[in-house]
Design a protein around this ligand. Structure first.
Ligand code: FAD
Length: 457
């Protein structure tokens, strides 16, 4: 129709994937539109990475006080103010949303605020507040992300049974909280509430916390949780959940009954494409329900799927890296298949943990014999200074080259980029000696782990 507007590239979703894709495409000289139906910035800014780290950062002093007071260096108590923290969260997020809006303007990216629906192989419709807008695209990038998913019967009710979206808006500190799921989201949010004084219970179906990490990392995390009086119910499955006026009730498959003020269901996330009209396209889903893509992240002719939606790695930096790649493919700046390189993984809170590259069990599965060198953080002066010295760094070697790094302890997330570089460049011992490592730093613990005796495991 005469009202149809046309862009070389239309991106649906303004999370880290869509944002990075739209910006890179504009820099590549393409005409670009981005469509968003909720707040700008997606899950990461509004309901994910950013609010969780804000909460953890704002309460870190509580954890540090507890650590130093063991030595009677500090005493007293800190009174958290959750309503004030919620207000501060809104201010920070608002500032970032405004910054994002401005950067789209500056790059000449057209922003359409409304729900997008695929119309045919070259058009979408956007439901704007003043009516529908037809947009013709040269290429379409789907970056519609993911949302919390729950097993049937374990769905949140928005009252006492919450998912990560709901719990981020609480203004009252729960007296007790049951985490269903001991993975990254449960651990980070559990840590935050634990600092506020909430009694934490974790129910995890697998036999350890952080089940995707190195087993020794899981062990260290569990030790520190127990020290803070968390109750860990590992290898236990939840059968049912319900809210009453007084509390949330939970029944385990073993028959045990638990009650708490609130329950956080953090059992996983699934792709978002409701209302998107995928049936109007040739896109297909994989066995887990995520959108299937080829080695160029293409989901159908002229349509790409990036970020959480394709399920490759549910991480903000994975989404933005994929977004930039697709913008380069569309602009003809590259024709190579997509490769992320080694993916950095972090769990925040206390302790933090990181992982990049291979773990010992990956190597065994590939028929390789893993060789490990490791270092305990207890000997690191910075860890000692913070009185938070529990943890370790493990380096995994293949043929004299670093192929994996995993660590757990206070502040280790700050080591992730150096670790990623070492794995990505397959560092040898000689590489570690090429640079000066500043002293005293936590980074030196990486060096000591590299230099430590290598043993077969
Ligand atoms: P999203 O960020 O989910 O954005 C998708 C956007 O698309 C949304 O804004 C949505 O409204 C919009 N949309 C959907 N459908 C339509 C439609 N039809 N029309 C218009 N718009 C539409 N990752 C990290 O790397 N580090 C962390 O520390 C971290 N912490 C996290 C903590 C929590 C509690 C959670 C839940 C997640 C965390 N993540 C973290 C994961 C990270 O948030 C996601 O990997 C990331 O946001 C994915 O980006 P995306 O661009 O693929 O999609």
């Amino acid at each position: 129709s005469e009202h149809t507007v046309r862009f070389d590239l239309v991106v649906i979703g303004s999370g880290p994937g869509g944002e990075a894709c739209a910006k890179r495409a504009a820099q590549n000289g393409l005409s670009v539109a981005i469509v968003e139906r909720r707040e700008l910035g997606g899950t990461c800014l509004n309901r994910g990475c950013i609010p969780t780290k804000l909460f953890l950062g704002a309460t870190e002093c509580i954890h540090e006080l507890a650590a130093q007071s063991k030595f009677k260096l500090l005493s007293g108590s800190i009174q958290p103010n959750l309503p004030a923290l919620q207000k501060r969260k809104e201010q920070v997020l608002n500032g970032s949303r405004q910054g994002l809006r401005k950067s789209f303007e500056q790059l000449g990216i057209a922003l359409f605020e409304g729900s997008a629906h695929i119309h045919d192989a070259s058009h979408i419709d956007v439901q704007l507040s003043d009516g529908p807008q037809a947009i013709e695209f040269g290429n379409l990038v789907l970056a519609t992300g993911s949302a919390p998913s729950a097993f049937p019967g374990l769905e949140p009710d928005g009252e006492r049974i919450l998912d990560s979206d709901g719990i981020l808006d609480l203004t009252e500190i729960p007296e007790s909280l049951i985490l269903v799921g001991g993975g990254v989201i449960g651990l980070e949010l559990g840590r935050f509430f634990s600092r506020l004084g909430t009694k934490i219970t974790v129910v995890e179906a697998l036999d350890r916390l952080a089940p995707f990490e190195d087993p020794d990392v899981s062990k260290t995390i569990a030790q520190l949780c127990k020290r803070e009086k968390w109750k860990l119910l590992l290898g236990k499955r939840v059968q049912s959940l319900r809210s009453t006026a007084e509390h949330a009730e939970l029944t385990l498959e073993s028959g045990e009954e638990l009650t708490a003020d609130r329950v956080l269901v953090a059992t996983g996330r699934g792709p978002v494409f409701d209302g998107l009209g995928l049936e109007e396209s040739a896109c297909t889903q994989d066995s887990r329900g995520f959108i299937q893509v080829d080695e160029y992240l293409k989901a159908a002719a002229g349509i790409y799927a990036i970020g959480d939606l394709n399920g490759q790695a549910l991480l903000a930096h994975a989404a933005s890296h994929q977004g930039q790649y697709v913008a380069d493919i569309i602009a003809g700046k590259t024709s190579a298949p997509y490769s992320s390189g080694p993916m950095p993984w972090c769990i925040y809170g206390a302790p933090e943990s990181i992982r990049v590259g291979k773990m010992a069990e990956d190597m065994r599965a590939e028929g390789l014999s893993p060789v490990v060198s490791q270092y305990a953080l207890a000997a690191n002066p910075i860890a000692q200074a913070h009185a938070l010295a529990q943890g370790f760094i493990k380096i995994l070697w293949n043929d004299g080259k670093i192929c994996g790094v995993t660590a757990v302890g206070h502040g280790v997330s700050h080591l992730i980029t150096q670790a990623t570089l070492m794995v990505s460049e397959s560092w040898t011992l000689a590489d570690a000696h090429r640079i000066i490592w500043a002293h005293p730093t936590l980074d030196e613990a990486l060096l000591h782990a590299i230099l430590a005796d290598q043993t077969a495991v």
